[in-house]
Design a protein around this ligand. Structure first.
Ligand code: 9MR
Length: 571
């Protein structure tokens, strides 16, 4: 990039002032639709365009800098010819747009030093909006207020729990997604990731930052929100320490508001992996709540130890598939290794007991990123982050082992990032792919924390740009944010509440080449514009496979927004 030169200005003049204010927005410029940090890396993609240079235009229509586009070739995942523009050197705050030499222009964006403040709050506030057993009040939720959803008292046990009679009081928690179920495994990874964000960046969501009912109680709001979920998780523990899998109806229900949805919800399944998720989260909660509420911290610790004990005695009780007659989310998993590692790591950090160290000691350097389905494949990464944290009892040499694994993983992802034309570390787009992209950004964030290597900070920023619009469909993938944003998410309350704009702050699933919803979409008269993997996204209500929202997809966004909040000064 170079600063505005006289040659460039002359060129603009000769081209008939094509960078003027009346140019049309174009979909070929894929930028972060919120904007860029003043001192941070600033890149955008231009797809399938004959442009070769760009200018950045200020709100006063001045050309403040310019540059040439770097051709990155064709991306097999999107079929596009991709160029990158880089205006990192522009470090003036303000509102701008990108103009190309072929007459195309971008949406407006900002350059600032706190660009994500509103998004940060909204991304975590979605969890309040999803609370199950209390009314969501206008003073906290504005136009999205609603009556209480489900009481979830005296819910019958499904035979898959091993119980043939009786009921369970299991109130509280968050709705999982576009459906009204609550699932232990997904609760585990979502809550665990946000507790990890809190442990690392405790200043990101202090008391009074969210305007939730508990704001002002002296406890950081993020902990209050996590507690609402954890208290539900605790109700799911059986007397013997084992943990039930989910509370749902037998089938997914219609597109109605929570308080209009049926109460015929069952407690379903009991498994090793559900128990280990509870153990991991409650072990984290034990140390993080300790300064605020010792009694609750002790309750959590006891629950974690009991759940661990049950899992050790029953290491292969799998919820491999839904039992007959149950059709809600399965979160089926038959490989408990990651969960054993994660739970043991958190229990070790919180208790320093050698028993837990035994499970993790041979795997200290083994962090991996088995892309797809964070709830199934890489919840153990949270354990690795905890082992690197300030409360970790590992000695320096052991920590170095963990860090070496992390840095070698990050280096592999960095190589990928450089080789993929969009400059992101992921080129595999399945159900919930946006969370995979964010989870890769978290790996960069942790690599930066450990190494202070600036390339990882830049890559974390660029990877987040993908979420906000630097992607192959040109959408900001977060409701309520960005110039071109999802409006028709697969989310029952957003559909049924009569309000045009969906709940704000939700990360949608994103491109998914498997198109599991193609049939229902076609029946409803919709069609994916493309089945190329990175373009397999549609902003349509029936698209549960690309346009749903989910608690485990917002959680990594919350983590990254806490990270950016803490690193603003370094950006
Ligand atoms: O996020 C889950 C994804 O990884 C699975 O491939 C998919 C199919 O099993 O299920 C997703 O989870 C859904 C859950 O089963 C029910 N609530 C909505 C979740 C998001 O779509």
């Amino acid at each position: 990039m170079k600063n505005t030169s006289s040659i460039f200005l002359a060129l603009i003049f000769l081209m008939g002032c094509q960078f003027g204010p009346d140019r049309k927005n174009t979909q070929s410029i894929r930028l972060n639709q919120i904007g860029y940090f003043v001192n941070g890396v600033k890149k955008f993609v231009v797809a399938d365009s004959d442009a070769s240079s760009f200018a950045i235009i200020s709100a006063a229509s001045d050309t403040v800098c310019s540059g040439t586009l770097e051709n990155k070739g064709t991306w097999d995942q999107s079929g596009e010819q991709v160029s990158i523009g880089d205006f990192t050197e522009l470090n003036a705050p303000g509102t701008f747009k990108i103009a190309l030499d072929n007459g195309e222009a971008s949406y407006d964006f900002v350059i600032g030093d706190n660009i994500y403040e509103d998004l940060k709050v909204a991304a975590l506030k979605t969890y309040y909006l999803h609370r199950i057993s209390m009314p969501i009040e206008e003073q906290y939720a504005g136009i999205y207020h609603r009556p209480m959803g489900h009481e979830d008292m005296a819910r019958p046990f499904h035979p898959s729990t091993g119980k043939t009679e009786g009921t369970l009081d299991t109130p509280g928690g968050w709705y999982d997604a576009g459906d009204y179920g609550k699932y232990m495994i997904n609760a585990g990874i979502a809550t665990g990731m946000m507790l990890a964000a809190y442990e690392k960046y405790p200043e990101a969501y202090p008391d009074n930052s969210l305007n939730i009912p508990e704001s002002g109680n002296g406890v950081p709001d993020i902990l209050d929100e996590m507690r609402y979920e954890i208290e539900w998780m605790l109700t799911m523990q059986d007397e013997d320490g084992g943990v039930f899998v989910k509370v749902t109806t037998l089938n997914f229900g219609g597109m109605v508001m929570p308080h209009e949805a049926p109460e015929d919800r069952y407690v379903i399944g009991k498994s090793t992996i559900a128990s280990l998720n509870l153990a991991a989260v409650c072990a984290m909660a034990a140390r993080l709540f300790e300064p605020h509420d010792q009694k609750f911290a002790m309750t959590c610790l006891e629950a974690a130890i009991n759940a661990w004990g049950w899992a050790m005695k029953h290491p292969e009780v799998y919820y491999a598939k839904n039992p007959e007659g149950v059709f809600t989310g399965a979160y089926n998993d038959t490989i408990p290794d990651e969960e054993f590692f994660w739970a043991a790591a958190e229990l070790f950090v919180s208790t320093t007991e050698p028993e837990y160290f035994e499970t993790i000691q041979l795997k200290l350097g083994n962090i991996t990123f088995r892309l797809e389905e964070n709830w199934r494949n890489y919840c153990d990464n949270i354990g690795y982050y905890s082992l690197l944290g300030n409360s970790s009892p590992l000695d320096q040499g052991q920590k170095q082992q963990v860090a070496d694994g992390l840095l070698s993983l990050a280096k592999g992802l960095a190589d990928k990032h450089k080789s993929i034309p969009y400059q992101i570390p992921v080129d595999h787009f399945v159900w919930g792919s946006n969370s995979d992209v964010l989870d890769a950004a978290i790996i960069f964030a942790n690599a930066y924390e450990w190494s202070s290597d600036k390339q990882y900070l830049d890559m974390a920023v660029e990877t987040f740009d993908y979420l906000m619009g630097k992607n192959a469909v040109g959408y900001s993938f977060v409701t309520g944010f960005g110039s071109h944003r999802p409006m028709h998410i697969h989310h029952r309350p957003s559909e049924a509440d009569g309000i045009e704009a969906p709940y704000p702050g939700f990360v949608v699933g994103g491109p998914n080449f498997r198109l599991q919803d193609k049939g229902p979409l076609e029946q409803a008269g919709f069609a994916y514009a493309s089945d190329l993997p990175a373009k397999a996204y549609i902003d349509a209500l029936p698209s549960f496979a690309s346009n749903e929202i989910c608690i485990n997809w917002n959680a990594p966004a919350v983590y990254m927004l806490a990270f950016f909040d803490a690193k603003r000064q370094e950006l």
